[in-house]
Design a protein around this ligand. Sequence first.
Ligand code: NAP
Length: 484
Amino acid sequence: KKEQKALFVIFGGTGDLAQRKLYPALFNLYKRGYLKKHFAVIGTARRPWSNGYYRDVVRSSIDGMVNFQTQIDEFASHFYYQSHNVNDVDHYETLRVLADKLDQDYGLEGNRLYYLAMSPSFFGTICEHLKSQGLTKTAGYNRVIIEKPFGHDYASAKELNDEISKYFPEEATFRIDHYLGKEMIQNIMALRFGNSILSAIWNNKMISNIQVTLSESLGVEERGGYYDTAGALRDMVQNHILQIVALLVMDRPDSYCAKDVRKRKVETFEALKIYSPEEVAQNFVRGQYGEGKDMVAYRDESMIAPDSMTETFVAGKLEVDNCDMAGVPIYIRTGKRLATKATRIDIVFKQDDDSLFGGQGLADNTVTINVEPDTGIDFTLNTKKIGQEFATRQTNIGYRLTEEQVAKVPEAYERLILNALQGNSVNFTHWDELEYSWKFVDAIRNAWDQEDLPVDYFPNYACGTMGPQASDELLAKAGHHWIF
Ligand code: NAP
C-alpha cells in the first residue's frame, strides 16, 4: 500500500456529510495504511471552533471503533480547524498560510485535495478564490471533490461546470456519485467482462429486458426543503440510476482506465433515446406516497407543501440504441416509502423453446446483482423437477458475501477518496456524462411540467408498497413484469 501524501481542505467541515461520511472514511484509510504520517486536514466552516473542539468532533464521528482508541487519537492530531466564510476573500489568505505551514510540517509535497462538502451554490466562489489567493500554487497536485446535486437541469449544471472549469481542469475535478463506490456496482465490470459465459450472451439477441431498482423504505426525513424542489427524477435517476445503466449496457472498454471507461459511458449516454412528450407519457410513471402502515403521506411531512406535486417515485423504460443492446427495454424504478430498502439489478434473459418439454412453460433465466442490503449474485436456471414425471422447475444458484467479507468491504466514500488521492477518476462522473444525462432528464421533466395534473392525482401509492399500479402496467404492456 502506497502512502498518499496530501493536505485535505474540507469546506463544510462542521456539516453532516463531513461528520457522517468523510471523517470515518479518512480514518479507515489511515487504519489501512493509505494515510500515515504525511497527511493533514483543515476543516473549515463559519462557526468558531478550536482545534481541540474540532478534534473531539472528529473523534466522536468515528466512535464505535473503541478498539482503536490510540490510533484515533493519533489520527485526530492531524486535524486543524480554520473558521472561514467562503465568501470572504481575506479568509483565503489565512487559509493559505495555514495550508503552507502544514505542508511544511507534514511533508505533503504540495498535494492538495479540496473537498466541497457544502451547497453547490458556493462551488464557483470557492474555486475562484482558491486560485486567486494562491492556494493552488504548489509543487504537487490540486484537485477538487464535488458533491451532488450537480445542477438542477442541464442549464444550471452547465453554468456550475463552466464556473468550476475556469479554475480546475476536468482531470482535476472529481464529481462524486457514491453509487460508483459501492462494491457490487464495481462488480458489474468484473461480471460482464470477466466471464465468457456472460459476455457472450450480454446482448439484444439473448437479453429480454434489464431492471434496475433503487428502493428506499424511508420517507423524505429531514431533507424535505431540498427534496420538494428536486423530486425522485432529479435526485436519483439523473445520477445514480443512469450511471448504473451505463455500466450495464456500455460496450467493452479498451482498458480499465478512466479515459477508456468514460469513452464507453459517454457513447452509451449519446445513444440514450431522448423522449418526446408523447413518449414520456408512454414510458414514464411518477408517483407520490400517501399514508399507509402508520406512516404519514408525503404532503403531511414537515417542510412539504400540502398540495405538493413533487414525485417521490419514478419508473421508466429506457432505450439505448447502441448495437449490442438496441431494442432491449431497460426498466428503472426508484422511490421513497417503498416496501423495502434494496438496490438490485435483474437481467432477464429470453426464454428458451419449451416445446421439448410439452410446452409447459419455463421460468425466466435471470442474473440478479444484489447491491444492498444483500450483497451477492443470483442466477436462476431451469432444472428437472425431482421425481418420476418429467417436468422442469426454477432453481436458484446464489453467491453471497459472508459477514466477514462484508466487514472488509471498503465504504463507498473511503474508496472514492482513495481514488481521488491516486488521481484515478474511473469511478467519478465526467462532465460529458452529466451533459447527456441532464438532457435526458430535462425532456421528462419538461413533459411533466406541461402536463398540468390535477392536485388529486397524488398521492397514488401507499407507504409500504412498491409504488403505483401504473409501474406494473408499464412492464405488463410489453409482456414483462418486475422480477423483484
Ligand atoms: P450541512 O450539514 O448543511 O453542512 C453545510 C456546511 O457548510 C456546514 O459545515 C456549514 O457550517 C458550512 N457553511 C455554510 N455556509 C457557509 C459559508 N458561507 N462559509 C463557510 N461555510 C459555510 O450539509 P451536508 O448535509 O453536510 O451537505 C453538504 C453537501 O453535500 C451538499 O451539497 C449536499 O447536497 C451534499 N450531500 C450530502 C449528503 C449527506 O449525506 N449529508 C449526501 C450527498 C450529498 P457553518 O454553518 O459553521 O458555516
